[in-house]
Structures are given as structure tokens and as C-alpha cells.
Write a protein that binds this ligand. Structure first.
Ligand SMILES: [Zn+2]
Length: 343
């Protein structure tokens, strides 16, 4: 009995010392396990109860209970006090000083190519066009054949085009979107098709294997070359300024007849000649023409009833001219020093 009494007294003293040194609620939780847990010190002392006589047991049990209650009460009050203290400390840390100057966040901005695409599409939306999109992996049939670019045509050379299979390519132009729309829908059609296109070109200052185009297509009854010229004139003035003039030069494309290349008066010198326009006064911006009757027929549209015009604009070239960028690679390298200039 006296052994057990001593053990309990030692336990109480050890606990009282330990609890005064516990500085956090987690330390108090640990003491609870150490002293009162299933494998704790109290349990191992109480195991000794079995050796006591029946007369000794009640007094020993009472003493053990007193010590246990003492420990439990102290644990409880220490835990409450420490938790309160910890909460105060946390609140103090989390307090925000609203008078402190803010941290400036870098705001993202649209990529210069996206800006030019949005601007060009915006102009045509204003003219009543809608936007049409299509897949970048395209059927050879839609990218070439139905656009009157037959097998053996130099544009289909593996040197110029990425082939996925014999019948499938990475589209070299956004024209197959026009094919898709014309095959699905009878006129009137009035669309612009923005998107990525692919050519098997080596990357240099003016060439990239991936670039962006915006093509436009109008098909309806009685559409003439005059409508094409009027639309492009309006577009050029909105994009490059009110005084901009356009000039058409005869050209050849397989999918339009007649075809032309379109120049605008230089945005830098206004036509008198400077370095930007290499002294010409004019800058080539797009290709256009009247949709070839064969293309209409290929898509199930009767060329005796309907006619149309189409045009294609290179986005990179337009953006380079617009912002005075001399190397196409700047658009794709994700250099923040370059991109931040367009915020
Ligand atoms: Zn010029």
C-alpha cells in the first residue's frame, strides 16, 4: 500500500512540474496521453492494485481517483487557457492593416495577335458578318480538292504541307472553313473565319510554320466585284485610318476568278514613300477575288444563281505593320518584355 501511495505522490509531483512547463495546447494534449492514456503512467501504477489486500483496496482506489481528478482538472484549465492565448495570437497575426499600401498585381493582357484578330473580326461583325470556325486537322478534300487545288499542284507538296495521313493535313489556310459552311448552308452566306494555319516553313524573321489568317466569304444573289471593293475599302479605313486608299492588282488563286492582291496606302507615309513601304507608297495586305464557279458547284451551290467574293488576311503581317514589329518570332517566344508593350 505504501509503495502505491508513494508512486501516486511521485506521479502527482511529476505531473505538476510538467504542466507548468507546457507552453502550448498540443504539449498539454501530449501530457494527457503520457499520464492518463491507456499506456500512460497512471495505468501502470494501477496495475499494482491487484497485489493489494481487499481491505487496502478501497483507500488505494480513492487516492488514485483523487490524483486522477487533480490531473484532469489541471489539464482542463491549462488547455482552456492556452487555447485562448493561441487564438489571440492568431487573430493578431491575421489582422490586416487597411492603411498599408497595396501590392501591385501584374494584370494580364491580350496577346498582340489576339488584339488584331479581335479588331479585324470586330470590323466585319459590324458589317453584318458572323464568325465561323473549323478544325485545324483537316481533310485533304476540304483543304485542297474542293478549292480547285488538284493533286500534283505545288501547294500540295510535302515540302509545303504537314500531312497527317494521305487524306488528312494540318490546314494550310482557313478556306476549308468556307467549304464546310457552304456545304452545310445555302446562301445568303456572310462569314469571317479566323484561325491558325500551318505550312512546312522554317522559322525565320518573316516565316513561321504556324501563323494566323482571317478569311471572309460572302455568297448571295447578285454579289459583284464592286461589293468586294466596297467592303475592303471600308475595312481598310477602319483598321488603318480614314485616309487609307486601296489598290487592286490582278493575281492568280485557284479558288477565285478573277483574283487580286490588295494594297493599301502606307500607314506610315500615307503614300509618298518611306522605309516602311520600301519607297512604294503602297503595302500589300491581303488576297481576294470572286469565288470560282467551280468551288460553288463543288459545295452544292448553283453558280448560275449565286455569286460571291472571298478574301484572306495574314494576321501576323498586319500586326507587324501595325506595331512596327520586324521579327515574326517575337509573337511566339512569350518574352514578357515584348508582350508587356501591348497592355
Ligand atoms: Zn511609306
Amino acid at each position: 500500500m505504501s509503495d502505491l501511495k508513494q508512486d501516486l505522490a511521485r506521479l502527482k509531483t511529476a505531473f505538476d512540474e510538467a504542466i507548468t512547463e507546457a507552453m502550448s495546447s498540443s504539449a498539454v494534449e501530449q501530457l494527457k496521453v503520457q499520464f492518463l492514456g491507456k499506456k500512460g503512467e497512471m495505468t501502470s501504477i494501477l496495475r499494482g492494485m491487484g497485489a493489494l489486500s481487499a481491505e487496502e483496496r478501497p483507500a488505494a482506489g480513492q487516492l488514485a481517483n483523487q490524483v486522477r481528478e487533480h490531473i484532469e482538472a489541471k489539464l482542463e484549465s491549462a488547455l482552456t487557457a492556452l487555447k485562448e492565448k493561441e487564438k489571440d495570437l492568431r487573430l493578431k497575426h491575421e489582422k490586416i492593416d487597411v492603411t498599408m499600401p497595396g501590392v501591385r498585381q501584374f494584370q494580364g493582357a491580350r496577346h498582340p495577335l489576339t488584339k488584331v484578330i479581335d479588331e479585324i473580326c470586330g470590323i466585319f461583325l459590324g458589317l453584318g458578318f458572323t464568325i465561323a470556325e473549323g478544325p485545324e486537322v483537316e481533310l485533304d478534300e476540304y483543304n485542297f480538292e474542293l478549292l480547285r487545288i488538284p493533286e500534283g499542284h505545288p501547294a500540295r507538296d510535302t515540302q509545303d504541307t504537314f500531312y497527317i495521313t494521305d487524306k488528312m493535313v494540318l490546314r494550310t489556310q482557313t478556306s476549308p472553313v468556307q467549304i464546310r459552311v457552304m456545304k452545310e448552308q445555302q446562301p445568303p452566306i456572310k462569314i469571317v473565319c479566323p484561325g491558325k494555319v500551318y505550312r512546312s516553313d522554317a522559322l525565320d524573321a518573316t516565316h513561321s510554320p504556324i501563323f494566323h489568317q482571317i478569311e471572309g466569304l460572302v455568297v448571295d444573289k447578285g454579289v459583284t466585284m464592286g461589293d468586294l471593293v466596297g467592303s475592303l475599302q471600308l475595312f481598310a479605313r477602319q483598321l488603318f485610318g480614314e485616309k487609307t486608299q486601296i489598290r487592286l492588282r490582278p493575281h492568280h488563286f485557284p479558288f477565285t476568278e478573277p483574283s487580286c492582291e490588295v494594297d493599301i496606302t502606307c500607314w506610315n507615309c500615307g503614300g509618298s514613300g518611306c522605309r516602311t513601304c520600301k519607297g512604294e507608297g503602297w503595302i500589300e495586305v491581303l488576297g481576294a477575288g470572286m469565288v470560282h464557279p467551280g468551288v460553288l458547284r463543288n459545295c452544292g451551290i448553283d453558280p448560275e444563281v449565286y455569286s460571291g467574293f472571298a478574301f484572306g488576311i495574314g494576321v501576323e503581317r498586319t500586326a507587324m505593320g501595325r506595331y512596327g514589329i520586324d521579327d515574326i518570332r517575337n509573337f511566339y517566344e512569350n518574352d514578357l518584355r515584348f508582350l508587356r508593350q501591348f497592355r
